[in-house]
Ligand binder design. Structure first.
Ligand code: COA
Length: 258
């Protein structure tokens, strides 16, 4: 059986490509299940230190599958939302960082998928939006929660209430995308940054990801407690011995993730 998600590996970096171009990579239950299965496999691979998610063709992901949702009952809609939330939470909970390389349309569930990643690199042809209100529904895979946390409440409100599409430059301006690249340079740029991340102490990067993710919704004193505990734990690793010794010996460190 062919999967809607292709996975390739290059050293410590994995790339996941959503591959349903005839429907602009729309997220059906099958696509979401394939994505969830691919994430589960990556989560079990100790050697992976960073990942990139992108799409085939002119879309990153043009949203949840509208044809599939058309006849859903309330219970089916609820289950579909739960599936999307589960897969996107699994991405957010991966030990290592994930870069969304947004090659084209990132609408609805596509924008929400990008938001579940650590940060977004966009092609100059990318288009972002949460157009669900055009269909008479709300974002259902985390958009009402992750978008305001990423770009601020007022900007998120405008995007979600109007359902309008914005281009890559606007996404950059509002802090949704970290950087914009020419279309043929996007994947190379994402792979380069992923490889750079993968060259750092993987336990330190993983701890930083966990702290940023878990701390964002806590009061600052509580969040800082998390950091204090994790900072001390970092001194127990072989990687910190290697990192500090390498600095003092004026050589490049070789991290083992131990
Ligand atoms: N769900 C299901 N199918 C979708 C889809 C989605 N979210 N987005 C696109 N498709 C399908 C189209 O129905 C079409 O299928 P067909 O060739 O069998 O008719 C195919 O993908 C190509 O899309 P098309 O609309 O012809 O491309 P376009 O370049 O003219 O327009 C968009 C691109 C992204 C502007 C347009 O497809 C669109 O508005 N998509 C829906 C976006 C959306 O509302 N997403 C949120 C869903 S909750």
């Amino acid at each position: 059986m062919t999967s809607f998600v292709e996975v390739t590996h290059d050293g410590y970096v994995s790339t996941l490509t959503i591959n349903r171009p005839d429907k602009l990579n729309a997220l059906s239950q099958e696509v979401l299940s394939d994505l969830g299965a691919a994430i589960e496999v990556l989560a079990g691979k100790d050697e992976i230190r960073a990942a990139v998610i992108t799409g085939t063709g002119k879309a990153f992901v043009a949203g949840a599958d509208i044809a599939a949702m058309k006849n859903m009952t309330q219970a089916q809609g609820h289950a579909f939302g739960a599936l999307g939330h589960g897969v996107f939470a699994a991405i957010e909970n991966l030990r290592f960082p994930v870069i969304a390389a947004v090659n084209g349309f990132a609408l609805g569930g596509g924008c929400e998928l990008a938001l579940a990643c650590d940060f977004i690199y966009a092609s100059s042809k990318a288009k972002f939006g949460q157009p669900e209100v055009n269909l008479g529904i709300i974002p259902g895979f985390g958009g009402t929660q992750r978008l305001p946390r990423r770009v601020g409440s007022a900007v998120a409100r405008e995007l979600i209430y109007t359902g309008k599409m914005i281009n890559a430059e606007e996404a950059l301006r509002i802090g949704l995308a970290n950087a914009v690249f020419e279309p043929d340079e996007l994947l190379g740029a994402a792979a380069k940054t992923a490889a750079e991340i993968a060259s750092k102490g993987p336990l330190a990067v993983a701890a930083a990801k966990r702290l940023i993710r878990d701390g964002v919704d806590l009061a600052l004193p509580e969040a800082n407690q998390l950091e204090q505990a994790a900072f001390g734990e970092g001194f127990t690793t072989e990687d910190r011995n290697e990192g500090m010794a390498a600095f003092l010996e004026k050589r490049a460190p070789v991290f083992k993730g131990a």
